[in-house]
Design a protein around this ligand. Structure first.
Ligand code: ASN
Length: 302
């Protein structure tokens, strides 16, 4: 990382504070209720990519550190119609990802879910949230952004949509960085193939093996901003998806018991706070976006 002064770091932390404040303001205006995060549970997001195991002993039983609150978000919707959490996630990514500049082994996402929402509806929330946060950050943190040398343009809505297939045709396998570098405004990638995502993202009933999910990509090479989609919420569908992914259902037995009692249809997403701060401030590395950063593979950070 190039030189980064304490003064710059103070400015970044102020911008991050405004980002969180504005995010909460926007979601409250949209009728969301903040719930407290879960950080220990027998169940968590299985994720599609490899991470080291984060199991801890909870009175002798194996509990996991939260990788994302997705399953708890679905269950929380039995109680409240629209929820979000400022959710700490621990994902011990392989060490080589540290050099990419956008991974932290411990990070925080603004993770939200809305009962009976479609993908289009939750994408509207995503666009509204990003535009609101950028607008407020520019209004309230003008001196900080000026000192950081960051000039932002508020993106026009609706954001561009690109299918996974098109993105792959244009930018090849593992297209994230090349696609992001080609963009001048945030853009959606939609319709991921079933085989590259987790069991909980809903398969399109009219297109086998295509999911009703999405990622939002930042422009200028800052990479992925958020991930989400509509959800599988019925037992037959979830069991089928677990089987297709080769996941034993016992691993999710507590979740499956609740789904059997009923969880609502929903859609949602999670947006990483440190990555959003990195984008807003124009930082080289996501480690510059928080205190106590833990880079993948680097032991010793407190
Ligand atoms: N939070 C994401 C979602 O809602 C899941 C994730 O972070 N992997 O889909």
């Amino acid at each position: 990382m190039s030189s980064f002064t304490v003064k710059q770091f103070v400015d970044v932390l102020k911008v991050k504070d405004e980002i969180m404040h504005a995010g909460r303001e926007y979601l409250r205006q949209e009728g969301f209720t903040e719930i407290l995060p879960v950080i220990l549970s027998p169940i968590t997001d299985p994720l599609h990519h490899d991470t080291f195991d984060g199991t801890v002993s909870f009175y002798g039983s194996p509990y996991q550190l939260t990788k994302s609150m997705i399953l708890h978000k679905q269950i929380a919707l039995r109680t409240l119609p629209s929820i979000y959490s400022v959710s700490p996630n621990v994902r011990m990514e392989p060490a080589e990802r540290a050099s990419l500049g956008r991974y932290l082994a411990e990070f925080v996402q603004l993770d939200l879910e809305m009962r009976d929402a479609s993908r289009d509806e939750i994408m509207e929330i995503g666009e509204g949230l990003v535009v609101y946060v950028l607008t407020k950050a520019m209004e309230r943190c003008a001196p900080e952004l000026e000192r950081l040398g960051r000039r932002l343009v508020i993106p026009e809505r609706p954001f561009e949509r690109i299918t996974f297939e098109d993105a792959q045709d244009r930018f090849g396998n593992g297209f994230d960085d090349r696609l992001s570098a080609s963009l001048t405004a945030p853009a959606w990638v939609i319709d991921f193939p079933r085989t590259v995502r987790e069991f909980y993202d809903r398969e399109d009933p009219s297109r086998a093996d295509i999911l009703l999910d999405m990622d939002l990509m930042y422009p200028e090479g800052y990479g992925e901003a958020l991930s989400g989609g509509e959800r599988e919420h019925t037992i037959p569908r979830i069991l089928k998806r677990l089987e297709q992914d080769g996941i034993e259902r016992e691993r999710f037995s507590q979740y499956l018991s609740v789904v059997e009692e009923g969880v609502p249809a929903s859609a949602g997403f999670g947006i990483g706070i440190e990555r959003l701060t990195r984008y807003v401030c124009g930082l080289e590395n996501v480690q510059q976006a928080r205190l106590f950063p833990k880079a993948p593979g680097k032991v010793g950070a407190i």
